[in-house]
Write a protein of this length. Structure first.
Length: 211
């Protein structure tokens, strides 16, 4: 099954994608993580993307599409995948179709904006492997240290409150229309994000048809 997860920054779509990935044994492909890794490593795509990411703007389509195209061609994605963070615009959705990629279902994780701001101020990300945590909802076992690789769990620059507001504005202007795009073709299901991650996970599994 090929899935797309939609939702504003901080809605928790990445966390839910990880759960579904484990359950279905298919890879969760996060363009955000891949772009941040490219920035960290100073790759050509990373250099192009850095200025846009620091401002909370969308990375140009040609950069993101190139990364996605290479990733879904890998062996582990041949039986299905979850796209997290792509497409973000209707134009990207069109590009995905032109690539011949079949999407079975689009899952939107919806969380009110005021809750998103509170969530993102507490989010922490490993500066080594990219694992995501939250000081309230998903804390690390050791304060400031990643559970998986013992890297530093830090607050990303784009989780700063002013940048969060910019990212939310960008989402509403350019990404939210994707809801209508996928609703028109009968592939959209909306899950209301809950305070407890496990409750959101249950609703997400139900939307996909998992027990």
């Amino acid at each position: 099954m090929n899935l797309i997860f939609l939702g504003a920054p901080g809605a928790g779509k990445g966390t839910q994608a990880e759960y579904v990935c484990e359950r279905m044994s298919i890879p969760a492909i996060s363009t955000g993580n891949m772009l941040r890794e490219a920035v960290k490593n100073g790759t050509p795509d990373g250099v192009k993307a850095k200025d846009f990411m620091d401002r909370g703007d969308l990375v140009p389509d040609e950069v993101v599409i190139g990364i996605i195209k290479d990733r879904i061609a890998q062996d582990d994605a041949q039986n299905g995948f979850i796209l997290d963070g792509f497409p973000r615009t209707v134009e990207q959705a069109d590009a995905l179709e032109k690539m011949g990629v079949k999407i079975d279902l689009v899952v939107e994780i919806y969380v009110p904006e005021e809750r998103i701001c509170a969530r993102m101020s507490g989010r922490r990300v490993c500066d080594s492997c990219g694992a995501s945590y939250h000081i309230d909802y998903k804390p690390t076992k050791v304060d400031g240290k990643c559970d998986s690789c013992d890297g530093n769990a830090v607050q990303r620059a784009d989780d700063d409150p002013s940048t969060v507001l910019s990212r939310l504005n960008t989402y509403h202007e350019k990404t939210a229309p994707l809801r209508d795009f996928y609703a028109r073709i009968g592939k959209l299901k909306t899950v209301e994000g809950q305070e407890e991650i496990d409750d959101t996970r249950r609703l997400t599994f139900e939307a996909i048809g998992l027990k």
